[in-house]
Design a protein around this ligand. Structure first.
Ligand code: ZN
Length: 269
């Protein structure tokens, strides 16, 4: 009975952290020492827990309050891609020698982990069918949010970069800043957390969480994003380019000109 209680405690802990990988780990860990009746209890708890989690997190329950800024380019239960993008851009500007392409690679490395959130499309489309696909509920914060995927992204970036090592290292840093952002400030509105299985696919044993994690729509996220926007504008005025260079050279030039007209650069003489 003591072992069952331990399992219940483990699953209770898992339900607070909401990751399928926890329950899988629990099953593996306990299956060798549990009697079949104990395992049945464990399975029941697990099923109930997952049902609760689906009810909480499935695509039909997604609301704009998950998003930051509210309603804009939201990836539910993940920090806003805009914030991640600006973080990546700031990293890309840390090394002045990077080319335009290398800056783009480093910037997008800060957003790309959320590619595993695209399962939301399939989940939304099939939510009322007889065979709903829980691709977002099951894979978001898992498939793209780990070291293995970070290494793949860094290797791909190196292929397209001229300064391969420098770019790959900055890509890794930018990618991990995304993970840090999610761990620190992506708590769901009901207080649920999604642990990040950082060592996947090599190991399932590291699940990154932080008990002090703040909510997606909490004020620190607004402050962080506001600071990043300010920093982006300061850099654009000083360096003569902004993230708009990735979308339109004309728009980028207009922004820089506007900033320099309003806040002229000091001339040296
Ligand atoms: Zn994320």
């Amino acid at each position: 009975m003591r072992a069952v209680r331990r399992a219940i405690q483990f699953i209770a802990h898992r339900s607070r952290n909401s990751s399928a990988s926890y329950s899988q780990a629990a099953r593996r860990a306990f299956s060798s020492s549990f009697s079949s009746s104990s395992l049945k209890i464990l399975e029941k708890i697990e099923e109930e827990d997952e049902g609760r989690e689906r009810g909480r997190f499935n695509a039909s329950t997604i609301h704009s309050s998950f998003c930051f800024p509210a309603g804009v380019l939201c990836t539910p239960a993940s920090m806003s891609p805009i914030t991640h993008f600006l973080m990546g851009w700031t990293v890309a500007n840390a090394v002045p020698s990077l080319t335009k392409r290398e800056r783009a690679l480093v910037t997008w490395a800060g957003v790309v982990p959320d590619i595993d959130g695209l399962g939301i499309i399939a989940e939304k489309l099939t939510q009322h069918s007889s065979h709903p696909l829980y691709w977002w509920s099951n894979y978001h914060h898992t498939v793209g949010h780990n070291l293995g995927f970070a290494l793949v992204v860094a290797a791909m970036a190196a292929v397209f970069a001229r300064q391969k090592v420098k770019t790959a290292l900055l890509v890794l840093f930018s990618f991990h800043l995304h993970l840090l952002g999610d761990v620190v400030g992506a708590r769901g509105p009901d207080g649920s957390q999604w642990p990040i299985p950082w060592l996947l696919p090599f190991s399932n044993h590291v699940q990154l969480t932080w008990s002090g994690q703040w909510a997606l729509n909490a004020w620190p996220n607004f402050i962080v994003t506001a600071i990043l926007i300010g920093l982006t504008l300061v850099l654009a005025r000083r360096r003569g380019f902004s993230p708009l260079e990735m979308f339109s050279a004309k728009a980028d030039a207009v922004l820089v000109r506007t900033l320099r007209t309003r806040f002229p650069l000091k001339t040296s003489n």
